[in-house]
Design a protein around this ligand. Structure first.
Ligand code: PHE
Length: 490
């Protein structure tokens, strides 16, 4: 039978797993949520949840994957009687996230090109697009963004380019594609981020951004948000951000874990992934928030519009060096997005490839990567056509209902199904499966292979049975509340 090839080195695995975790969520989600939900206090709560919940689910997923040596579907199938079907939830989540991730990844590529255009004063630069539109009543960022999302054809082309790049990397397999790209891409992202931080933090007025992010109560005192959220809301916001940011609850870590060598230490890897992901989220804040407060204080403070409108305004106001920082910044976002999207596609591809190999059909990575990419590309086109709800085909418009969290654009709809429902449910059920059906010993056994020790065994056992499921229920409730506006949290 064909051999199932995995990661060549632990560094390669780590970069791929951190690459999956570090994504758009770190850049437009974390800094803003931190600022709006209590600054430094939010960070402490985030870290506590990351230990009580993120670490537990991460170790659980890595162990399930490595023990079975299979993708999410086959892993649950092999281990569990009651949760045999759980892997399919992961595959569904992967598709739903890919639909909008690829569209946004395409936007990021377009923004790299817009800034290259500015660098050379070319007609395809953001400045030229702004001048051609002739509308000075709006900011450059607004005009450029509206022109781009308004021309769906262009958005579709860039979305599909992003799908193809993702596919080509996954086609190369784990060692030959994913590991190679992430081992270079992640350190490069780190360096680019450092350069952008130095520029952002030395701008006049940068301090306001730092205060927004770190000082508790500053956002309320300065009228950025109307009132401080209550404790339960902060908990659920931090929890929701934490598990999405760590790529948990949908099989990405099961899949990557299944390619990890038995001699590697799962506990140590899980901790490192969490530490690095949080570090990059904080660093993204140190880049984005000071720049936003210094150069576009009236601009958006979170979400896609922060990335594509406000940040472009920031580079516009930086003068001659603006396009260089623009290129660096959007390129690092492209890296962050690609290293996440390949982990999403791999969740799907790994399952079908394993299945074919087990059935004696040989290595079918190529056809399945292409098929999965086509499937993801189809609905990515819908997200591009919709242009973040600007083009009149949002779910709410089609259904003729009032727009809310899940329905104001197709991106939010797909995000709601995955991040709002399937992923938190997936993480909750995984804890129940390990804690109550299989028993936590199974994780301990996997963590202690080849002389490794699982020092947090007692902590893991208590958390996976009691504490983590309770937190996951709270997070699930928080996600449902924010997407469907149920008013459970204020
Ligand atoms: N962790 C990624 C982010 O922060 C999103 C993601 C979720 C990627 C699940 C892969 C799997 O943006």
């Amino acid at each position: 039978m064909e051999e199932r090839k995995g990661f060549g080195t632990n560094f390669g695995f780590l970069m791929a797993a951190v690459g999956s975790a570090v994504g758009l969520g770190n850049i437009w989600g974390f800094p803003n949520k931190m600022g709006a939900s209590g600054g430094f206090t939010f960070l402490i709560i985030y870290l506590i949840l990351a230990v009580l919940c993120g670490f537990i689910v991460m170790v659980g997923e890595l162990a399930i994957g490595r023990k079975t040596g299979k993708g999410a579907v086959a892993a649950y199938h092999a281990l569990s009687k009651k949760f045999k079907w759980m892997g399919w939830m992961g595959i569904l989540s992967a598709f739903f996230i890919l639909f909008f991730y690829c569209a946004l990844g395409g936007y990021c590529i377009k923004y790299v090109i817009l800034n290259v255009g500015d660098l050379f004063g070319a007609g395809f630069g953001a400045e030229a697009v702004y001048a051609a539109a002739g509308d000075t009543s709006k900011s450059l960022g607004d005009v450029v963004f509206n022109t781009f999302v308004g021309s769906s054809g262009e958005a579709i082309i860039f979305g599909l380019i992003f799908v193809v790049i993702t596919m080509l990397i996954v086609l190369g397999g784990i060692g030959g594609g994913i590991e190679k790209v992430c081992s270079v891409g992640m350190p490069a992202l780190f360096v680019m981020l450092l350069i952008c931080i130095v520029r952002a933090c030395t701008l006049d007025g940068a301090v306001a951004g730092l205060k927004y992010m770190f000082v508790p109560g500053w956002a309320v005192e300065n009228g950025i948000i109307a009132e401080a959220p209550d404790f339960l809301t902060v908990l659920s916001t931090a929890g929701g951000q934490m598990f999405f940011s760590l790529s948990l609850g949908m099989g990405a870590m099961i899949t990557y874990g299944s390619y990890l060598h038995k001699k590697e230490n799962l506990q140590k890897n899980a901790l490192l992934i969490i530490i690095m992901d949080t570090m990059v989220a904080l660093m993204a804040g140190l880049c984005v928030m000071p720049a936003r407060f210094a150069l576009d204080p009236a601009g958006n403070i979170g979400g896609p519009k922060l990335l594509f409108i406000t940040m472009q305004n920031v580079f516009h106001s930086m003068g001659t060096l603006g396009p260089i920082f623009g290129i660096l910044f959007y390129l690092l976002v492209v890296f962050a997005a690609i290293s996440s999207s390949i982990s999403l596609l791999e969740v799907i591809v790994a399952h079908f490839v394993d299945d074919a190999r087990d059935a004696g059909k040989g290595d079918k990575r190529k056809p399945y990567s292409i098929l999965a990419a086509i499937a993801a590309g189809v609905l990515c086109v819908l997200v591009c056509l919709d242009g973040l709800g600007e083009n009149g085909i949002a779910p709410a418009t089609l259904l003729n209902i009032e727009a809310s969290g899940w329905s104001d654009c197709w991106l939010d709809f797909f995000d709601c199904v995955a991040e709002g429902i399937l992923m938190p449910l997936g993480a909750l059920l995984m804890c129940i499966c390990i804690g109550w059906e299989l028993g936590p010993q199974i994780v301990d056994d996997e963590c202690c292979l080849e002389g490794n020790r699982f020092k947090s065994k007692a902590f893991f056992n208590v958390c996976v049975k009691y504490i983590t499921p309770i937190i996951m229920i709270l997070i699930l409730a928080g996600q449902l509340d924010s997407f469907f506006g149920l008013g459970w949290f204020s």
